[in-house]
Design a protein around this ligand. Structure first.
Ligand code: NAD
Length: 477
């Protein structure tokens, strides 16, 4: 498989190719076509034509059947998907095989179930003084939005792409997707699976390329796009929103985070340390839900911090940063932390392997402490394997510290006090709060962030709501 666009049911490699490098050792592994504006235009036209044709008239049952065929198609090529995701991202194979690809399959199945079983509302209305029965029946039907642009990031490439594509298709929209320029491969495989599943031409289109000034911007600024579903950095969300404003295009945004973990003295310390190790260092911190700020109640601060640092230093096989550019950004924060006066408890540098991996984009899992809440390292999203640990004394103080952030995506509470968990969780300014766990996901639950972490909620009915418009039909009886 070579990265290719998929437009109107045809694979093409229009545009100048750019090199794709392995994050593990820096070798070139593919050439990716950069979609020119004409290819984006063609994809939007094809999507519109699909909405005006058979796809636009398809029933929910038909679309759900397509979604199940797509899920089966990914499953049948599971190993190819795992290999492609691992090659593009450099993440451990285990992660791709247990999270990324199974979740992508689950996304299609979950939205097939949800869309099929979805009830609509009806309101019987009495209107005194009317001739006839004096009754009316209001009922709501849902129309697709039309042509939906899906823009996705590189950290969980297929998982986050399908998280939007599946509900968008289930709700009856036509999609033009642009995956991250860093991770084109599983998106291309998905297009092959969708092609084999027999979706009408134009219902799903894929264009590759960069964001600003390129395919991503052309797509999101396109007047033929009816809605934009975007996952990525908050600054990119602002740029997309500026373009979307010109046509009042609705947006659903899942953006950055600076997620806090609160460890109370009554927590099961072993669970809290293991959980925080996972929440800070899974995929080398390159998951939007990863913890970068840890607040620990003072009586257990030293014990917790010592154990976390010891285990972080012992981590192996954690995978590289996605690119040289991102590695440099993360290392610039390691330097900034030192300049700001942090004490480095583990990591802080670049590991040496003595083999080809030294040409890759690796950084060490890092635990720091000693910074004030105002430090840039504590306020800005780094998106790497680093967390800052700070002490607190009182519950109110912990809540205040967690909420003292421009972001509000996710938070984790570690406590064995049930009342405390229920008391604190709703006070946290975040879209998702986990208690004594992390990244435990049920696809029906609302997913998204507050403040700079996003606009709207996806997941379950929330996604189907975004990707459709309710239309009220009022019938006089
Ligand atoms: P990014 O914003 O740089 O890129 C994301 C996508 O947007 C890519 O496909 C890119 O090509 C495109 N893009 C970039 N500039 C654009 C523009 N001006 N117009 C249109 N498209 C443009 O993000 P990234 O580096 O790929 O991903 C990391 C970021 O994503 C982090 O901030 C992370 O927190 C966030 N993220 C959030 C979630 C969530 O669910 N909230 C999930 C994963 C990642």
């Amino acid at each position: 498989m070579k990265p290719a666009h998929y437009v109107n049911g045809v694979f093409t490699t229009a545009g100048t190719p750019f090199p794709l490098r392995s994050p593990v050792d820096g070798r070139q592994i593919a050439a990716v076509p950069e979609a020119p504006r004409e290819t984006v235009d063609e994809a939007v036209r094809a999507a519109r034509a699909a909405m005006d044709g058979a796809w636009g008239r398809s029933t929910t049952e038909e679309r759900c059947a397509y979604l199940r065929r797509i899920a089966d198609g990914i499953e049948a090529r599971f190993e190819e998907f795992v290999a492609a995701e691992t090659a593009d991202t450099g993440k451990p194979r285990e992660l791709a095989a247990t999270v990324d690809i199974p979740r992508a399959i689950a996304n299609f199945r979950a939205y097939a179930d949800l869309a099929y079983g979805r009830p609509e509302r009806a309101y019987p209305t009495s209107v005194p003084g009317w001739s006839g029965s004096g009754q009316a029946l209001n009922y709501t039907v849902r129309r697709p939005l039309g042509v939906v642009a899906v823009i996705s990031p590189w950290n969980l490439p297929l998982l986050l792409l399908t998280w939007k594509v599946a509900p968008a298709l289930a709700a009856g929209n036509a999609v033009v997707a642009k995956p991250s320029e860093e991770t084109p491969s599983t998106a291309t495989l998905l297009a092959e699976v969708i092609d084999a599943a027999g979706l009408p031409a134009g219902a799903f289109n894929l264009v590759h390329g960069h964001g600003a000034g390129a395919a991503g911007e052309h797509l999101t600024a396109h007047p033929g796009v009816d809605a934009i579903a975007f996952t990525g950095a908050s600054a990119t969300g602002s740029a997309i929103m500026r373009n979307a404003a010109a046509h009042v295009t609705p947006v659903s945004f899942e953006l950055g985070g600076k997620n806090a973990a609160l460890v109370f003295a009554d927590a099961d310390l072993e669970e809290a340390v293991e959980g925080t190790l996972r929440s800070s260092f899974t995929h080398s911190g390159q998951i939007c839900l990863c913890t970068e700020r840890v607040y620990v109640q003072r009586p257990v601060f030293d014990a917790f911090t010592g154990a976390l640092a010891e285990r972080a230093a012992a981590l192996r096989g954690y995978g590289p940063m996605i690119s040289a550019g991102h590695r440099d950004k993360v290392l610039s924060y390691y330097r900034l932390a030192a300049e700001e006066g942090a004490t480095v408890l583990a990591g802080g540098g670049v590991p040496e392997f003595g083999d080809a991996r030294d040409g890759g984009y690796h950084v060490e899992p890092t635990v720091i402490t000693g910074l004030p809440q105002s430090a840039r390292t504590v306020r800005e999203e780094i998106f790497g394997p680093i967390c800052h640990v700070a002490p607190f004394d009182e519950e109110d103080e912990a809540v205040r510290l967690a909420n003292d952030s421009p972001y509000g995506l996710a938070a984790t509470l570690w406590t064995t006090d049930l009342s405390r968990a229920h008391r604190v969780a709703p006070r946290i300014e975040a879209g998702i709060v986990w208690v004594n766990c992390w990244n435990l996901r049920d696809l029906r639950t609302p997913f998204g962030g507050v403040k700079a972490s996003g606009i709207g909620r996806e997941g379950g009915e929330y996604s189907l709501d975004f990707f459709s418009e309710p239309v009220n039909v009022c019938v006089k009886i």
